[in-house]
Design a binder for this molecule. Structure first.
Ligand SMILES: *Cc1c(COP(=O)(O)O)cnc(C)c1O
Length: 221
């Protein structure tokens, strides 16, 4: 199906409070422009260099989300324009984002990535690391980052009960965070979970942001 039809189908199945991030990694700008012309304004990429090239070529009213693992030495390339960084999983990375954002006179929104899957390979923090980061004086001193929520990826499996259990775990961590008082750089409101294969489960478990690639743009090589 054409990209605009895929977008329409997915959009119409999402509740109003759920933001759709169109994951366009590996896809050419022409494909992204099809989505753009169909009204899509939020795009997700997992490589900083590829995202920056697309940002340079495309209209400037797009919100670019970095959804992949971030290397600290590359933060500077996206700091001038990135709208949300999903995969923040250490104080060290947050510190670098703060530093580069400050140079650009910006406050960069970030999500903390939690490890919720059974698989060893997925990135992300555990609950103790999350607590330690949020409660640290160093984090509280950062003025150019804003932690606006959590992100997580479920195990890649056909077992829907397992996926549901993992998403519900992330949702409960998110609800706990919401019990803490918001500060100037800590305002949790976004729960980023769900991809092409599991976004319906994620939405049922309380996701407010889904990251969907192949169901919009077709499979990747
Ligand atoms: C690639 C990717 C997605 C989108 O995956 P699809 O299965 O194509 O929808 C979502 N989140 C992350 C972190 C990704 O790397």
């Amino acid at each position: 199906m054409p990209i605009k039809d895929n977008l329409h189908t997915i959009k119409s199945s999402l509740p109003e409070n759920v933001t759709l991030v169109a994951v366009s990694k590996t896809k050419p700008v022409a494909n992204l422009m099809e989505a753009y012309n169909a009204g899509q304004r939020v795009f997700g990429e997992n490589k900083i260099q590829e995202m920056t090239e697309k940002w340079e070529q495309m209209p400037k009213d797009i919100a670019w989300h970095m959804i992949g693992h971030v290397q600290t030495n590359k933060v500077k390339y996206m700091a001038p324009y990135v709208s949300l960084i999903h995969g923040v999983d250490s104080l060290k990375l947050l510190k670098e984002i703060n530093k580069q954002a400050k140079k650009c006179n910006r406050v960069v929104n970030c999500l903390l990535q939690m490890h919720i899957a059974e698989e060893e390979t997925k990135f992300g923090m555990d609950t103790d690391e999350l607590e330690a980061l949020i409660n640290s004086d160093e984090f509280k001193s950062f003025k150019n980052v804003n932690v606006v929520g959590l992100m997580g990826m479920a195990t890649f499996t056909d077992n829907q009960e397992q996926v549901k259990k993992e998403f519900l775990h992330l949702k409960s961590l998110f609800d706990e965070l919401n019990c803490k008082p918001a500060t100037s750089n800590f305002e949790p409101q976004i729960l980023s979970m769900g991809m092409s294969g599991d976004y319906k489960i994620a939405v049922n478990c309380g996701s407010t942001m889904v990251r969907i690639g192949s169901s919009i743009f077709g499979s990747r090589k």
